[in-house]
Design a protein around this ligand. Structure first.
Ligand code: NAD
Length: 360
């Protein structure tokens, strides 16, 4: 009997519950020993327990081999104090599990090249891996807050402030992750920063150059973030692995996502040094379409495949899921976000069923 893998299933809010149900269905079709346990997170957890990341949910995640996460957030929580907002659950999970490396592949499936807003020849065959540092930078840097300005252009006016910071070890470990990943791909790393303006970025660049010496087989280049944003739409196929900080990575990975046609197609993985990971679609809870049964579950299903590959060591099962997804796309099945004339529009559940069918 194969090892039992313990998976914490956290569907969250909005379309989270709909898409995670499909990924669970797909996982349960596989001939694997999986122990799936579900818990509330985000707005749903706030409503039930008064906190977006209750102690019991965090404990479940900590004890699991991997976490399958849907999405959190809804406009109705926007007025809550920041610490109670659904999005704090993700930040809390990343911090508590030490998930410092975020993998966001942007792959343009042959069947979907026309769904991209770029010309098909620019995106056909696109396969970029964006590696975003996830536990540092301006999102976590202290001090932060609100105060009365004592200097600047408007002394005496209320102001908000945050702190961008990275330490050498934080940069070192994410750089190594990127070089290792590049070795398994096309052996190229582009490090994105803003070293012409920011001290944090200058340290980032210095450390990446230093670490690169241990990987002479991988080519390294550097790009300022504003240029990277431009190059991603101008000539996206010239990238292989992109490594960058939390803030720049947040923005660039969404931009790369759009190159592929739909954010509904893109999985992501966040790993710690023990390869324990949190797997989630790259998109949010999409309150505008929640409950309508139209959300694309493929990003979540592909996240489950990444979970099998990176945290559970079930490479063959991951390959099977990815092939099954290719197959349903080749059959012409499309949710609304990737629909085009001549294809067949299906809902969330039908798409999940089709993947299950393809697996069988
Ligand atoms: P979003 O990703 O939820 O939605 C952006 C657009 O993409 C919407 O039009 C939506 O309908 C569409 N979309 C997203 N996923 C889709 C899917 N699977 N199938 C079809 N269409 C899809 O981003 P947003 O609207 O900026 O944010 C909505 C909420 O989600 C906010 O509360 C935000 O804070 C939260 N959010 C959560 C996460 C997360 O849980 N990791 C990430 C981003 C945003």
């Amino acid at each position: 009997m194969s090892k039992t893998h313990k998976i914490a299933v956290l569907p969250g809010d909005g379309i989270g519950t709909e898409i995670v149900a499909e990924a669970v269905k797909v996982l349960q079709t596989l001939d694997l020993s999986l122990e799936l346990e579900q818990a509330l997170v985000g707005g749903a957890a706030f409503d039930a327990h008064g906190h977006p990341l209750p102690e019991s949910t965090l404990k479940l995640a900590q004890q699991a081999d991997a976490v399958l996460f849907g999405a959190v957030g809804d406009w109705k929580y926007d007025q809550l104090e920041r610490q109670f907002r659904p999005e704090q659950a993700i930040l809390g999970l990343r911090k508590n599990l030490g998930l410092f490396a975020n993998f966001r592949p942007a792959i343009c499936y042959e069947q979907l090249t026309h769904a991209s807003s770029l010309k098909p020849e620019l995106v056909a065959g696109l396969d970029i891996l964006i590696i975003r540092e996830l536990t540092g930078d301006i999102y976590f840097g202290q001090p932060r807050g609100r105060r009365t300005a004592t200097d600047g252009h408007f002394p005496g006016a209320p102001e908000g402030f945050d702190t961008m910071r990275y330490s050498r070890p934080e940069i070192e470990r994410i750089a190594r992750v990127a070089f290792e990943a590049a070795r398994k791909r096309n052996k190229r790393v582009t490090s994105v920063d803003k070293a012409n303006v920011l001290e944090t970025s200058q340290l980032w660049r210095d450390v990446v150059i230093e670490i690169a010496k241990d990987y002479p087989d991988v080519a390294l280049d550097h790009m300022y973030v504003d240029n990277a944003a431009m190059q991603l739409v101008k000539e996206p196929k010239k990238f292989d692995v992109v490594v960058t900080g939390n803030l720049f990575g947040d923005i660039l990975s969404d931009e790369a996502a759009m190159l592929t046609g739909s954010i509904g197609m893109l999985p992501s993985a966040s790993l710690n040094s023990q390869r324990q990971g949190l797997y989630e679609p790259s998109h949010g809870s999409a309150p505008d379409i929640a409950g309508k049964g139209v959300a694309n579950p493929l990003a979540t299903i592909l996240s489950a495949a990444m979970m099998l590959r990176y945290s559970l060591g079930e490479e063959a099962a991951a390959d099977r899921i990815e092939r099954a997804v290719q197959q349903v796309l080749s059959q012409g099945l499309r949710t609304g976000d990737i629909y085009s004339e001549g294809t067949t529009r299906v809902g969330t559940v039908q798409m999940g069923d089709a993947v299950v069918q393809a697996l069988r």
